[in-house]
Design a protein. Sequence first.
Length: 82
Amino acid sequence: MGIIWTLVLGFVIGVFAKLLHPGKENMGFLATILLGIAGSFTAGIAGQMLGWYRAGEGAGFIASVIAAIILLVIYGKLRQRP
């Protein structure tokens, strides 16, 4: 059940990040899920480094969405390279 919950939350976080970030990214369903999971993972690692979370604690929803938006910006910049 934990894997299904991770996929659902990853999708929701990815959708929120795509809604809040201006522009159009041609990302499919699977890429949106991966974006959300990566955002949550990145927020958890950054939060542990800053002392916001302890090891094994999941990142908060807002921090995960913000990290996913940052990853979307990086993805957009890398995709624009000639």
